[in-house]
Design a protein. Structure first.
Length: 164
């Protein structure tokens, strides 16, 4: 997948994600998914990374504030980023410029997952929401995106800078 890792959010949400999001236990820190699925790891070439770099480069680094917690039904607790437009623009450009990607099947909702109902009882997710809400807002700088490769763990396969 292509994601924007948000290490500046790990201090806030990391302890919750460790318990409530299985991807955290596989080494994936706080992040916003931009494109999933991406190219299979064995098919990633220098040309793939170059296309990713070209797609991402027009976006300038930008501040992102997480001021609200939201839910997808009662299945996923997440932090809402503001602004959302740069994340959508990056994802759209990646889909247009990187060969071999399937078209997006659903609308991208940029979000930073805190916890999943399949990983914890609803009461635990609600307690996380109550604990996190007073600690918001959190503002971070988004200045790069990562090509994440999953084996038994999630690892950074490539990192590309936003240049604007």
């Amino acid at each position: 997948m292509v994601a924007a890792l948000v290490p500046g959010a790990d201090g806030l949400v990391g302890p919750f994600r460790d318990e409530l999001d299985p991807t955290a236990r596989r080494g994936l820190g706080a992040h916003l998914t931009l494109v999933y699925p991406f190219v299979e790891p064995a098919a990633v070439t220098p040309a793939t990374v170059d296309a990713l770099r070209a797609a991402v480069a027009p976006t300038a680094p930008f501040p992102c504030t997480f001021a609200a917690l939201r839910w997808f039904g009662v299945r996923v607790l997440w932090l809402a980023p503001d602004p959302v437009a740069p994340f959508r623009e990056i994802a759209d450009r990646i889909r247009r410029h990187v060969p071999g990607l399937a078209p997006e099947e659903r609308e991208l909702v940029p979000h930073l997952t805190v916890g999943l109902r399949r990983a914890a009882p609803l009461a635990t997710l609600r307690a996380a929401e109550e604990a996190l809400a007073p600690r918001l807002p959190l503002t971070v700088r988004i200045d790069r995106v990562q090509l994440m490769v999953r084996t038994d763990t999630w690892d950074v396969g490539a990192e590309v800078l936003l240049r604007g």
